[in-house]
Design a binder for this molecule. Structure first.
Ligand code: PMP
Length: 336
């Protein structure tokens, strides 16, 4: 019989799949090999299952999280799902604090796993007792409470150094030449990039970033792609790891996300479209330089299921000025 004892044992060891049609290379058999690491195949549906497990296990080992303890994190996204899943299996209470602008669907996912969700009004000043910041600080300072803080927790990048990085190295037989991923907390790029460079200092690490975010020199100007880009520099991000940052517009990210679904049958989120667009751009450059032997790995963090009413909805795109044609990939670059 073949089975796992717990869903937690199914985290990681995600496959690589070759991208072909979306690369727009005349002969797909020629040119650099571009391989996508499919993180939506983790049981919680994203790359964040990896950091949730590692952060919780480290807090258990250090005694910060005791039996019967409560995990408190101000998140509603993929990290929340990962934490909710691991907390439930290990018997911890889990409370997420999120602003009222977070969709009901996202809150319901967390509740479905048995987590509690505290919703805070967006329309109050940060010093107000009901503000998102104050509520999460108050809850996490209760006895028995522990806040993972994915932005500063060293076990976030470490989980990628210990799992995702070695997986990519082994899956490519050590032939990877370029690694591309989006940057949010910076955990993914820092952990994987550090591991790969330790194996072979020639591996180039490329971050993809929404135009407007600090990583590509912006000031935090708003952008619509979720999960990536920041308006501050998180402790988890080591600026010495990335050799280069490729800036991608919302229009290109969304158009490419739609192309991945329609042409590669990869239903992924907007940050995956952003990273894959950067990888496609890199592959075109490498091809022009005659580097057809390059092996590019791009990490796709989550599934498109969570964005059906956004990236995959023509009206939603239209409301922000993105044309449906651009989203269908009939044109590459359309102004924001
Ligand atoms: N894409 C999505 C959808 C995410 O939720 C995140 C995490 N914020 C990222 C990309 C970026 O990963 P990291 O935080 O490790 O930089």
């Amino acid at each position: 019989m073949q089975y796992a004892n717990s869903v937690l044992d199914l985290i990681g060891n995600t496959p690589l799949v070759r991208l072909s049609r979306t690369l727009d290379i005349d002969d797909p058999e020629q040119g650099p090999l571009v391989l996508a690491k499919i993180e939506y195949l983790n049981p919680g549906g994203s790359v964040k299952d990896r950091i949730a497990t590692r952060m919780i296990e480290a807090a258990e080992a250090s005694g910060e999280l005791q039996p019967g303890g409560t995990i408190v994190e101000p998140t509603s996204g993929n990290t929340g799902v990962g934490l909710a899943m691991v907390a439930q299996q290990k018997g911890y209470r889990c409370i997420f604090v999120c602003p009222d602008k977070v969709s009901e669907d996202k809150r319901n996912v967390l509740k479905a796993y048995g987590a509690e969700v505290v919703v805070c009004p967006t329309a109050v000043a940060p010093e107000h007792p009901d503000s998102y910041y104050n509520v999460s600080d108050r809850l996490s300072s209760q006895p028995g409470a522990w806040k993972p803080d994915q932005y500063s927790n060293p076990h976030n990048p470490r989980s990628h150094y210990e799992t995702t990085g070695p997986e990519i190295w082994e899956q490519t037989d050590g032939r990877i030449t370029h690694f591309v991923c989006g940057v949010g907390t910076g955990g993914t790029i820092t952990g994987i990039g550090r591991y790969l460079k330790e194996q072979n200092p020639e591996v180039r690490v490329i971050g993809a970033d929404p135009a407007g975010s600090v990583y590509s020199g912006g000031t935090g100007r708003p952008y619509l792609v979720e999960g990536v880009g920041e308006d501050f520099w998180p402790a988890c991000y080591d600026p010495d790891i990335a050799d280069r940052i490729i800036e991608v517009s919302d229009a290109d990210s969304f158009a490419f996300t739609r192309r991945l679904a329609r042409e590669e049958a990869l239903l992924v989120g907007g940050s995956s479209g952003m990273a894959a667009y950067a990888a496609k751009q890199l592959a075109a450059e490498l091809r022009a330089e005659g580097r057809d032997d390059a092996v590019v790995v791009v990490l796709l963090p989550d599934s498109g299921r969570g964005y059906l009413t956004k990236v995959f909805n023509d009206e939603w795109l239209g409301q922000y000025g993105f044309t449906v044609e651009s989203a269908r990939g009939e044109e590459q670059t359309v102004g924001e």
